[in-house]
Design a protein around this ligand. Structure first.
Ligand code: PRP
Length: 215
C-alpha cells in the first residue's frame, strides 16, 4: 500500500468534468468530488491515497511547478502562456480547440499590411510570441481576463488572440477567424521531482490513460 499521497490539480470549468470522467475510467476517482454543491476545496480518497483539488486554469501549472500538486490537467493554451517548469507528458485528446487571431472580416487587411495594430488577449505571451517571432509585426498587446470578443466590438482593439472551439461566440458577434496560430488540447503535466520520486505510480497512470485514449 502507498503511504505517500499523489495529488492532482485540475483546471476548473470546461475541462474538469471531462478530466474526472477519464480518470474514473482508470479507477482514479473521488466520491467526495461528485457533490457539485460542495464548497470544499480539496478532496481525498484515503483508500487509494489520492488527493484532488480544483484551481483556476492558469494556476494549475504553478501548483505543479512548485510541487503542491504532483500531476495537473490543464489546457495547452495555459501551459504555453504560463511557461512553467514541468513535464508535459500526455495529450489527453479532449478539449480540442484552436488559438487564433480573430476580428471583424475587414481587420484581415490590417494584418496583411502589417500595420501597427492593437491586440487584446487573455494570452499576452502567446500573442507577443506570434506577432514578434512568426509574423514579425509590431503590435500593442492589451491583457484582458475574459469575454475578449468584446474588445473589437467596443473599439478597444483591432483584433484578438483567443481560443476558438465551436466558433459560435465569434459568429454570434459578427467576428471571424483571421489567422490560425496553433491547435490545442488538454494535457497531463507532472512535477519534475514527483516524476522521479513517484515514478512507478505516475508511469502506470500515464500508461493506463494512454489505453483509454486509444480505445
Ligand atoms: C472561451 C474563449 C472564447 C470561447 C470560444 O471563453 O475565450 O470566448 O470560449 O468558444 P466557442 O468557439 O465554442 O464559442 P470562455 O467560455 O472560457 O470564457 P471567457 O471568455 O470568460 O474567458
Amino acid at each position: 500500500m502507498e503511504d505517500r499521497y499523489l495529488t492532482f490539480a485540475l483546471g476548473k470549468g470546461r475541462l474538469a468534468d471531462k478530466t474526472m470522467e477519464m480518470l474514473d475510467k482508470i479507477g482514479i476517482s473521488c466520491d467526495e468530488m461528485k457533490d457539485k454543491g460542495s464548497r470544499k476545496l480539496i478532496f481525498t480518497n484515503e483508500e487509494k491515497k489520492l488527493k484532488f483539488f480544483l484551481a483556476k486554469g492558469p494556476d494549475v501549472p504553478t501548483y505543479v511547478e512548485y510541487g503542491a500538486a504532483d500531476i495537473g490537467v490543464v489546457g495547452e493554451d495555459t501551459i504555453l502562456e504560463e511557461g512553467r517548469a514541468l513535464y508535459k507528458v500526455l495529450d489527453l485528446g479532449f478539449g480540442k480547440c484552436r488559438m487564433c487571431v480573430c476580428g471583424f472580416p475587414g481587420a484581415g487587411e490590417l494584418l496583411q499590411r502589417r500595420d501597427k495594430i492593437r491586440v487584446a488577449s487573455k494570452y499576452p505571451t502567446i500573442a507577443k510570441e506570434y506577432f514578434e517571432n512568426v509574423k514579425r509585426q509590431t503590435v500593442d498587446i492589451v491583457k484582458l481576463n475574459g469575454s475578449v470578443e468584446l474588445a473589437p466590438i467596443v473599439g478597444l482593439s483591432d483584433v484578438i488572440v483567443d481560443i476558438v472551439e465551436t466558433g459560435s461566440t465569434l459568429r454570434e458577434n459578427g467576428l471571424c477567424v483571421l489567422e490560425e496560430i496553433r491547435p490545442l488540447s488538454a494535457r497531463l503535466v507532472v512535477n519534475q521531482v514527483s516524476m522521479n520520486v513517484q515514478c512507478e505510480r505516475i508511469l502506470d497512470i500515464i500508461e493506463r490513460l494512454k489505453r483509454v485514449i486509444d480505445e
